[in-house]
Design a binder for this molecule. Structure first.
Ligand code: ATP
Length: 359
């Protein structure tokens, strides 16, 4: 299986709109890559350029050592699952799966063997002779995935394949796709706007905004070492609290609150007189002090949300609004004053343009 290389890929649509800027990445064979970002960030455009469905305006795309810009999807060895999984309604599951193999002219026995193997992998063996309308959304989605994997391909591309499913079905299909990737091993590029899908499925995530790659990394790297405030705010639920801060006499001061912290040991810049952003994740704001050296955040509770396994407290920190994610037993009442504690290692600092200042 080849690796893939995207070198300075740009997309400018015929109307002059630039949807992707200088996309650079090397994808190892068998990797599961997730492209994630808000609507319109250019992730589908990037996927379609990889698929060969959209022309690359500038830059080179290599499949192995071969320049692939001008190759058809088939020559690239790609198979794609779309958001709208158009199954043939008048054909049974069996025939939907068999269709592309029949077009390739394979003999009936080989087709039968492949259809049954894919049905087995995807748990569709009991539904082979049903029409799509007699299937649940999740089962239909599995047929669509089955149609894509039944042909032997090196590269598997998926554009929001779970968006038509309900929350429960999405969780189980997520697990099935990961399992399938383990079994089939094809290099997979998966597009979603859902950070949970990205975090749970990817070997590496590419996070995009306005056509620009913001960061490429493992889920762990994106969570613990976000390159900028956009990534910090996109990964994590609820998102990271980001408040404006100033540095005076070596201390990080949070305007609109009584807070002033010596955080020289966590960043690697001379910040005197700079405006910065102070970031802390809701799950790192703890009600109980665990050890010395933690910094204190004095807040007032404005609203609480009970979610079952945890609760969100919406807090006023001076004039800033922040969220803390706590154990439901630790929730304070609306109007109460609460002191929360954060370990210094869980503090993030960003410059005024949003770029990370962390060591
Ligand atoms: P979504 O999650 O909404 O599908 P996306 O991140 O996949 O968004 P793209 O579909 O890649 O985004 O679109 C990126 C940008 O390019 C958008 O601003 C879109 O309006 C624009 N765009 C897409 N197709 C065309 C086109 N054919 N001509 C001009 N602009 C286009």
């Amino acid at each position: 299986m080849p690796n893939l290389k995207l070198c300075n890929i740009n997309k400018i649509y015929p109307n002059g709109f630039q949807a992707v800027y200088n996309f650079n990445m090397e994808i190892k064979e068998g990797e599961f890559i997730v492209l994630v970002g808000p609507s319109g960030c250019g992730k589908s455009t990037t996927l379609r350029m990889i698929a060969g469905l959209e022309e690359i305006s500038k830059g080179e795309f290599y499949v192995g050592e071969k320049l692939a810009n001008q190759l058809s999807p088939k020559q690239r060895g790609v198979s794609m699952v779309f958001q709208s999984y158009a199954l043939y309604p008048h054909l049974s599951v069996y025939d939907n799966l068999a269709f592309s193999l029949q077009l390739e002219g394979l003999d009936a026995e080989t087709i039968d063997e492949k259809v049954r193997r894919v049905a087995e992998i995807l748990g569709l063996s009991d539904y082979l002779f049903r029409k799509p309308k007699a299937l649940s959304g999740g089962q239909r989605q599995r047929v669509a995935v089955g149609r894509a994997i039944i042909r032997k391909v090196d590269i598997f591309l998926m554009d929001e394949p779970l968006s038509n499913l309900d929350a429960k079905q999405r969780v189980s299909m997520r697990a099935e796709i990961i399992d399938l990737h383990r079994k089939v091993g094809a290099t997979t590029i998966y597009v979603t706007h859902d950070q949970t899908e990205a975090m749970t499925m990817a070997d590496r995530i590419v996070i995009m905004k306005d056509g620009h790659v913001q960061q490429i990394g493992t889920p762990r790297e994106l969570y613990f070492e976000p390159a900028n405030t956009f990534v910090a705010g996109f990964i994590g639920e609820p998102p990271m609290n980001l408040v404006k801060a100033e540095v005076k006499d070596g201390k990080v001061i949070i305007p609109g609150s009584d807070a002033s912290y010596d955080l020289k040991d966590v960043h690697d810049n001379e910040l005197e007189n700079q405006e910065i952003f102070f970031g802390v994740r809701p799950e790192h704001l703890k009600v109980q002090r665990k050890n010395e050296g933690m910094i204190e955040v004095h807040t007032t509770v404005e609203l609480t949300e009970m979610l079952g396994d945890n609760s969100n407290m919406y807090l006023k920190w001076g004039s800033n609004n922040i969220i803390s994610k706590v154990d439901p037993h630790e929730v304070s009442k609306v109007g109460e004053e609460v002191t929360l504690y954060v370990q210094k290692k869980n503090i993030f600092l960003f410059d005024k343009d949003g770029n990370s200042l962390m060591k």
